[in-house]
Write a protein that binds this ligand. Sequence first.
Ligand code: DGT
Ligand code: MG
Length: 391
Amino acid sequence: MGGKKESVQQLDDTYSASQDALSLLAENAELSDQDGRGVAFRRAAAVMKSLPEPVTSMTQLRGLPCLGEHSLRVIRDVLENGASREVESMKQSKQYKALKVLTGVFGVGAKTAARWIREGIHTLHQLRNSGHTLNRAQQAGLEHYDDLNQQVSKAEAEAIQQIVEEVVASVLPGAKVTLTGGFRRGKLMGHDVDFLITHPEEGKEVGLMSKVVSWLESQGFLLYQKTTRNSYLVSDDSPALPPSNMDRFERCLSIFKLAQDQPHRAKQLGALPLDTAEHRRGDSGLQTDQDSCSQRIQTPGGQEDTKPWRAVRVDLVVSPISQFAFAVLGWTGSKLFERELRRWAGQEKAMSLSSHALYDNKKRKYLQASSEEEIFAHLDLEFIPPSERNA
Ligand code: DGT
Ligand code: MG
């Protein structure tokens, strides 16, 4: 029995080792600004993940889609040697290590990291001493580097949800908050927490974001925020769909200050009365389309490891109810699932799907939907629940 268990374990390890190797190659491609390669490796990793049983021989992979020459070479190496030499040496390379560290700073993308590496910057220490002027996001990213590179738990996401729900209910009664992203797919950990906010009456959501953000700021919940305004209009005469998967909802990228004793955060909320006329009007001087970084809550010289709170990345998105179903679908992910769904819509159905709308290119009209189920029906697909969208 023991021997069998061990060999099953070994098979499972090999199985996940090839997925891990492919995921790492995808990550490296994305960090190197090679999105096409990234998608190819992500697809290959998703195919390996979808197999019903561990792979012991290359013959099992015959006829499977999305496994290119390069991916097959990596899998063969894992099967034969227990690890991929290419991936092992990549993990040890100076370039990969520097890319990981620098893109780990919130606000730093692949292009910026590559530029810094070309200038000889490989570590945070070197970055701090480089004399580069960092923007507000990057400053906050550097300041909260350790916290933001630590995974967020489901319990932490729920604690933040409770705060967001209370604030939203207070500034706009009847408005609805939905947890999206990986946590809606049932993941237990994530890199951030994503929320979508709407109101059942079209138009009521206008102006909501600035009120919510100003509330959160006044309560000391935000270490950083940048709000961008809605720039999307569905018009009858053109599809007007965004060219990429970037959407145009009003959106707030933020860093939350989450007390460690959450969910007993009532203490934190209780510090100030929530329901004041000033905040109902939302006129407490919020600057939109502009970074702001709260100074009140910084801990000058404070011991990071003893502080009673942690920084957590939170995305808030506001959608009008007419686009809500599309927004929930678009913001639930995973990114690969979204990409495949859009590809299906375009190639198989001649439709354009975005987080705002579904446009039928043949009928030349938008298709309405008030639930995700209706969108899947328009696309002639059986409904796929969020927990099965983890590709
Ligand atoms: P995580 O946070 O790493 O645990 O994983 P996810 O799946 O929550 O990933 P995240 O937070 O980057 O994004 C959540 C989903 O929202 C993602 O699957 C695709 C979508 N999404 C992210 N950013 C944008 C955006 O700018 N526009 C649109 N339309 N969708 C986005
Ligand atoms: Mg997320």
